[in-house]
Ligand binder design. Structure first.
Ligand code: GLA
Length: 728
């Protein structure tokens, strides 16, 4: 019998077809047998799906391999049963389907150990309009005693051996989301994170696999996978001498074995995967659409254009300066001002970054009229107000730490290890009392000042020693996992109480860019590096899995504070406009000309905001190919409006820059070209002209290599933003 996800039928064991509009995952769930995966790829007809079980190239591999019988292969689950037996042998007992509140259709394949009352449910969720499948596992201990989970990954996917290339993201503070591309090697290629808190520095928990050799942006078969988790993870591809590459992903079990008492269930985070025959960009579009519709908090609401105070004034926050910044961003057309670090502390003042985290009271010496005064000022300027917090942290120089040294992560008999400022320590989110404190940081702010529109939630430290003062001695291995369970519980409480406040997730820049966080957060800060040139590369990598609506992308000062590079305001604005536009500088330091460019960029961004924030991304020319330019575009789902970005990333005389054919348009529609953010003395030759989608996609438009400005204003930079609007 064939069971199709989303239909109310329950398979009697046999073929289970988990289909999305363009993809199919075919499983065999015969009762009494381990669950098998037969196929994953392009959507199959029912006839092909049924025929698979009779042969036809089906994989017939365990869909969720467990450790014990044939222990030489890698497994997704490894358990020590209550009697010490380290083998697990599971077989299907049934399949059920249900529809959840979000319209997701969940197929659960229930399995039980052949001897022990130990249950493993493998779940698959699809949505009617998305090409993503989410998978996760619930493990329940029905045995008399304690079961120890030694490995408990979220999912497994076999990929036919061949010319498979792997793409992943790596980086560190101020150098996030670099792309690495390589043929999948024999042996094990591992991506992992053990920071404890910030899981997208080092590397990202996502991967793309091109099935047809060296990847292309808009052609070729590609599988993408993203582990949606807030904590330590591992993702690895094991290639032995068989016919398959084996992709595993889940929580990093290192030093985290988990004890399950009788009756307890452990639920893994979700692994979201997709398949597209439209290349890397196709996979990205699948993630972006699914993310905006089902994962990102308020993914259907436009994001405001903001000024954040950090690079403008760092910790030197005070009422006069904040008011001035609000006046300036309002005068340029911005909609929101965010006061970053430096506003709090009573006994200890936050004048340098070595104190006061945890003491979330206004520093009256800096802000004599408090938050109310700032909110009044914002409303006087017709903008909204936001504020920075770092609620999971404290400093040894703080009133919170003086009162409760037992609330921080610390191992017995060890000197406490301190981070930023020589004093920063991490609060132990495994502890329910700490969870209350963290909830109250947000709840108190929002209850006292309901007009706060935006919170920047930061986290600037890793777990620096393995020890929970809350967990019992025999459960110290739960620290990494219970920290995140506690964090997620707290975020649930926060969102139940305060669903409407926009919350940005930041962690030493882009340290927490993971789909696991985004159900509670509206956006993330990509990096503390705001250099526009490096941002072209970093935002390119980020866009592999994350949509522009979630990507904080700010115009900052020149010379840049991280790279000291001098970049003209036009280029800085053209890069920032490809994400969620903001400013990160002291506007008072800008000259009138630069202000005018910002004002124009903000006005133009307002017009294209729905296209950038809700449109489909087509990456066209990767900066990583070093062809001298990078280019991408966003197109509305109706293909009636688009924005094209072109950035020159190198300058040499005699350079032969490629002309960039566009993508994603309707060949049969006609589009009028308008340049945005124009600084040239004359319009481009094709300004206001109309071209067919077919011409724009087969040929593209020539871009002048420089801005066409007065001679003394020439620089080595050049960039263009063009809007393409359908002419009916
Ligand atoms: C981190 C963030 C910055 C800024 C500072 C404040 O480094 O990434 O954007 O908020 O903290 O201390």
């Amino acid at each position: 019998m064939l069971a199709i996800a989303g239909t109310p039928c329950v398979a009697m064991g046999e073929t289970v077809n988990i289909s999305t509009p363009q993809t199919s995952l075919i499983l065999d769930a015969a009762e009494g047998q381990p669950l098998k995966i037969l196929y994953y790829g392009d959507r199959l007809s029912e006839a092909d799906a049924s025929a698979l079980s009779d042969g036809g190239g089906a994989m017939w591999l365990n869909a969720y391999p467990v450790y014990g019988i044939y222990p030489m292969a890698e497994a997704a689950l490894s358990v020590t049963h209550s009697d010490g037996n380290r083998t697990t042998d599971i077989a299907v007992t049934g399949v059920s389907t249900r529809t959840d509140a979000d319209g997701g259709e969940v197929t659960t394949v229930k399995m039980r150990d052949r001897f022990y009352p130990f249950d493993v449910n493998v779940n698959y969720r699809t949505y009617p309009a998305e090409d993503i499948i989410e998978t996760w596992v619930d493990v329940t201990n029905g045995e008399k005693g304690m079961v120890t989970l030694n490995r408990f990954l979220s999912g497994y996917l076999p990929i036919r051996y061949g010319n498979v290339w792997m793409h992943s993201l790596y980086g560190t503070w101020a150098d996030e989301t670099n792309i690495t591309e390589e043929p999948v090697p024999h042996g094990v290629r591992m991506i992992k994170n053990k920071d404890g808190l910030r899981n997208s520095h080092t590397s990202h928990a996502e991967v793309m696999l091109s099935l047809d050799g060296r990847p292309r942006e808009n052609q070729g078969r590609v599988i993408g996978a993203a582990l949606c988790y807030t904590g330590n993870y591992k993702m690895f591809i094991d290639t032995d001498d068989g016919d398959y590459h084996h992709l595993f992903a889940g929580i990093n079990e290192e030093n985290s074995e988990y004890h399950l008492k009788k009756g307890e269930t452990f639920t893994t985070p979700e692994l979201a995967f997709t398949y597209s025959d439209e290349g890397l960009s196709g996979v990205s579009r699948n993630f972006h659409r699914w993310g905006r519709n089902h994962r990102l908090h308020a993914g259907d609401k436009e994001r405001k254009i903001l000024l954040n105070s950090w690079e403008g004034v760092y910790l030197a926050v005070n009422e006069e300066v904040m008011s001035g910044m609000m006046e300036d961003i309002a005068s340029m057309g911005g909609e929101l001002f965010v006061m970053d670090d430096g506003w709090f502390g009573d006994k200890y003042k936050r004048d340098v970054d070595n104190s006061s985290l945890g003491d979330w009271v206004v520093d009256k010496s800096k802000l004599p009229h408090g938050i109310y005064g700032l909110l009044d000022e914002a409303s006087r300027h017709g903008i909204r107000f936001g504020i920075w917090i770092e609620p999971e942290m404290t400093n040894t120089l703080s009133e919170l730490y003086e009162r409760h040294p037992e609330y921080v992560v610390k191992a017995p008999h060890r000197e406490i290890v301190k981070g930023r400022g020589g004093t920063q320590v991490v609060l132990d989110m495994a502890n329910p009392k700490v969870q209350d404190i963290v909830f109250e940081v947000v709840d108190t702010l929002m209850t006292k000042y309901p007009a706060i529109d935006y919170i920047k939630w930061d986290a600037n430290a890793p777990v620096m020693e393995h020890g929970s003062q809350y967990l019992t001695a025999d459960n110290q291995s739960h620290l990494y996992i219970d920290y995140h369970k506690g964090l997620e519980k707290t975020l649930d409480r926060i969102r139940t109480a305060h669903p409407d406040v926009t919350i940005q997730l930041c962690a030493s820049g882009g340290g927490r860019v993971n789909w696991g966080f985004l159900p509670w957060f509206d956006e993330f800060w990509c990096s503390d590096n705001t250099d526009a040139l490096q941002r072209v590369f970093m935002q390119w990598g980020t866009s592999y899995f994350y949509p522009a609506i979630a990507m904080g992308s700010h115009i900052s000062a020149s010379p840049n504070h991280q790279t000291f590079r001098r970049i003209p305001i036009k280029f800085r604005a053209d890069v920032a406009m490809s994400g969620r536009l903001g400013l990160e500088m002291q506007p008072r330091d800008m000259n009138e000309e630069d202000r005018a460019v910002c004002r124009q960029a903000i006005a133009d961004y307002k017009a294209i905001r729905p296209i950038v924030q809700f449109g489909d991304l087509y990456r066209l020319q990767s900066p990583y190919e070093r062809k001298g330019v990078a280019s991408l575009m966003y197109v509305t789902p109706e293909k009636d409006d688009a924005v094209f970005y072109w950035w020159k990333i190198e300058t040499f005389m005699g350079q032969q820059l490629p002309r960039i054919p566009m993508a994603g348009l309707d060949p049969d529609k006609n589009y009028r070209v308008t340049e945005l953010n124009r600084i040239d003395n004359q319009p481009l030759p094709y300004e206001g002209k109309t071209f067919s989608g077919r011409y724009l996609m087969s040929n593209g438009l020539e871009m002048p290599v420089t801005y066409r400005v007065d001679y003394h204003k020439n620089t080595d930079y050049s960039s263009r933003v063009l809007r393409l609007t359908e002419v009916r």
